[in-house]
Design a protein. Structure first.
Length: 754
């Protein structure tokens, strides 16, 4: 790639000042004339009949406008997914399901009245976990699980789940991905590793709880939704589908997002919109932390049985995997994503991956940054490490020997494009943390590989030049990770202006050009092409205008510093704002300087990563202290290295959290740690230094060779932690998060055996 002025350089994010000064506008900041406040009342039981709801005491409280139930809002519509669920009817299906809503003139009045609502339940037997679900003795959906029109997994590059129409079963979907004969190959393998690995449910732990404001439109059935969301078009479709409205009647205005990580695609929006339309007033609902953790969509618990075989040289000969995914009330569609990656990191002719997506009486699960892959790779990468030990091979070299390249197959049988996994391993081979391992007693270094295939979608963008020289980009995407700052650099580079001269205009569903939701690491590679297309068209218009003004050849015009100049002729220059002004004022002329760009790439730009973690384990307590972490990632081309490094460091921190701390705890189907006091995740003072090492192996499809960035950093961290613990203690961890108590007990067993 030729030398650039702005791309590939470290630049601050465009909305950083607003966020650090507290002037960024979040959903909870929206205040509309006549606005009411809503408080949900959640079921305390995982499964029960609702005998009655006594609202008399609540309705007598000051400021209360209404107490609404499923009878008022559901209108007989069954909910096929969490995002289309409004209120429970005569049966609750998970602890945390909204049963009623209290609407009042203030948040305090709504909360006080909600506490007085008297709901009489007839508690029913519940399916509390995957093991119970697999027996099918008690069915979550006796008449068959409902199926939605699409799948949230598809927003992240996965596949729709559900086998609608089949006989009732708690196994919502069973699939087999297979090539060769894995079981026969295992019989003849020189070395075989066989393990079971389990992962706790984990919450996305965003700082901003879910929040929605809905406002009725001028005509009946019209509603505007202000929401903290990663995908405004998804919210529009879900609200319209849940309430039986036309898409055109639902206007979504995305607000600043205070963290999402895959969790914010419209869980409360249909409910709040229904309340607003019912009372004909604007309504705001902001969940408390406990409400948020009880009623939203965490990542599922996963159990993985894996058998891995290799020949004497270390070449993988067989991979046999059985994955049970506990999805809660509704199916999600994790299976295809998991199979793609767990069977696609290493070359192997004999692969069998069997997946079970099961339903239980728990809150429906959803996406959490690389849905299902950190859990799946905990199993795979732990087993790869054990295989290296069994064979007496270097763990990195065993991975390098088997690492996939262009043309090798994913776990679902699709060929990989050109990828940079081996380039990451080559960089890792020379890293000091790897070279210096094994020198300090009680310390261990763990290595793991991760990756993500990446989603991609068509996108549009509009670029225009104003009369003062400002370049405005109109987009329909939601910026949750600084992606708009990269779009600004693409336009600035193309048009020869400073990034400060480019402004992003984030549109609503009415005004923004279509763009995919901000999930699956797809926005940069999908939207970037549309922004580039629009900017190039505007560039051509400016060159034509300048060529006409100076009576020069178009090829002799250059755009530099916000001006159009004739090369080699001092003084022959004009600001692009002046050109735009003349163009839009000239009768019979070319018209305003504006262009609509479109892009629909044909393939994704997969990203891979190698992660190291160095830990210290206290032999007296089993407490693990992470000392150092390294993320070595192929990003294709870093449009803004500062933002890329931030994504790598943030994802690595989340991977460490999954490995060391995080887990939702249930008792009889009810969540027992629904708050940030009891749900443990890494704080700033509990994280080690995280080094981000950028590898640039350009993609053929991403803009300027860029690859996906957001998902890969979380995929290998938990596995690297487990491998570091193994290196430090000799104990193979098979359950996440790693409990110091359990680890200490295993260390005692290991010590006695030695």
């Amino acid at each position: 790639m030729k030398e650039t002025n702005h791309l590939g350089k470290r630049r601050k994010i465009i909305d950083g000042f607003e966020k650090v000064t507290g002037t960024a506008r979040y959903t909870a900041d929206v205040s509309l004339a006549g606005m009411l406040h809503a408080r949900p009342v959640l079921s305390i039981y995982p499964h029960a009949k609702v005998r009655s709801i006594d609202a008399e005491a609540a309705l007598t409280m000051p400021g209360v406008v209404a107490v609404l139930t499923g009878q008022d809002l559901n209108r007989g519509r069954a909910a096929p997914s969490r995002s289309r669920m409004i209120l429970a009817g005569d049966e609750v299906m998970f602890a945390g399901q909204p049963v009623a809503v209290v609407v009042a003139d203030s948040e305090a009045h709504a909360a006080d009245a909600a506490a007085l609502l008297d709901i009489d339940y007839d508690v029913l037997e519940s399916v509390d976990d995957a093991e119970q679900a697999m027996t099918d003795e008690l069915l979550v959906w006796p008449h068959g699980a409902p199926t939605a029109d699409g799948s949230m997994a598809s927003l992240h590059g996965g596949e729709a789940g559900g086998d609608g129409g089949q006989k009732a079963s708690n196994i919502d979907q069973q699939r087999v991905f297979e090539r060769g004969d894995a079981r026969a190959a295992l019989e003849s393998a020189h070395a075989v590793i066989e393990r079971r690995y389990t992962n706790a449910w984990v919450h996305q732990s965003y700082l901003e709880p879910h929040a929605v404001v809905a406002q009725p439109g001028a005509r009946p059935g019209q509603v505007t939704v202000y929401t903290s969301t990663q995908g405004q078009y998804t919210v529009r479709a879900e609200v319209a589908g849940a309430l039986g409205l036309r898409d055109r009647d639902v206007r979504v205005e995305p607000m600043t997002v205070g963290g999402g990580f895959g969790a914010k695609y419209g869980i409360l929006d249909a409910l709040v919109a229904a309340v607003s339309l019912h009372v004909r007033r604007p309504v705001r609902m902001v969940l408390s932390r406990s409400e948020d953790m009880l009623t939203t969509m965490p990542a599922p618990g996963i159990t993985t049985d894996i058998r891995l075989g290799a020949d004497e040289q270390g070449q993988l000969t067989a991979l046999d995997v059985r994955v049970v995914i506990e999805n809660g009330l509704f199916s999600f569609g994790h299976a295809g994503i998991i199979a793609t990656v767990i069977g696609g990191l290493y070359r192997c002719d004999n692969v069998r991956i069997e997946t079970f997506e099961v339903v239980t009486h728990r809150s429906p699960t959803g996406a959490y940054r690389a849905p299902g892959v950190p859990q799946a790779l905990f199993a795979l990468e732990s087993s790869i490490d054990e295989l290296a030990r069994e064979l007496g091979h270097d763990p990195l070299e065993l991975r390098y020997l088997n690492a996939v390249e262009a043309g090798d197959l994913t776990g679902t049988g699709q060929p990989w494009p050109d990828i940079g996994l081996k380039a990451c391993l080559e960089r890792a081979r020379q890293h000091p943390i790897w070279q210096g391992r094994g020198q300090t007693p009680g310390e261990g270094v763990g290595l793991a590989v991760g990756g993500w295939p990446g989603a991609f979608s068509p996108a549009g963008a509009v670029c225009r030049v104003d009369t003062d020289g400002t370049v405005r980009l109109h987009v329909g995407s939601v910026d949750i990770s600084g992606v708009h700052s990269s779009m600004v650099l693409i336009a600035a580079e193309t048009l020869g202006v400073e990034p400060e001269a480019v402004e992003i205009v984030q549109g609503t569903t009415d005004s923004g050009p279509y763009a995919p939701g901000s999930g699956g690491s797809q926005v940069t590679i999908s939207l970037g092409g549309a922004v580039l297309d629009a900017s190039q068209q505007v560039r051509d218009q400016l060159l034509d205008l300048a060529a006409t003004q100076f009576e020069a050849h178009r090829e002799d015009i250059e755009l530099v510093g916000g001006e159009a100049r004739v090369r080699g002729v001092p003084g022959m220059a004009v600001g692009i704002g002046k050109l735009a002004q003349r163009a839009q004022r000239q009768a019979g002329g070319p018209g305003p300087v504006v262009a609509e760009g479109r892009a629909a790439i044909k393939a994704g730009a997969p990203g891979f990563i190698v992660q190291f973690v160095r830990v210290q384990v206290d032999p007296e307590t089993g407490v693990i202290t992470p000392l150092e972490a390294v993320a070595i990632q192929d990003v294709g081309f870093a449009l803004n290295p500062m933002l890329v490094e931030g994504q790598m460091q943030g994802g690595t921190a989340q991977g460490l959290g999954i490995g060391l701390y995080e887990g939702l705890q249930f008792s009889a189907g009810t969540l027992t740690n629904p708050n940030f006091l009891e749900y443990v995740f890494p704080r700033a003072d509990g994280l080690p230094p995280i080094e981000a090492v950028i590898v640039e192996h350009p993609s053929a499809t991403g803009p300027f060779g860029a690859r996906i960035v957001g998902e890969p950093p979380i995929t290998a961290g938990a596995a690297a932690v487990a491998n570091a613990v193994r290196d430090a203690t000799g104990v193979r961890v098979t359950e996440l998060p790693v409990s110091p108590e359990v680890l200490w007990q295993q260390m005692q067993v290991q010590s006695a055996a030695d």
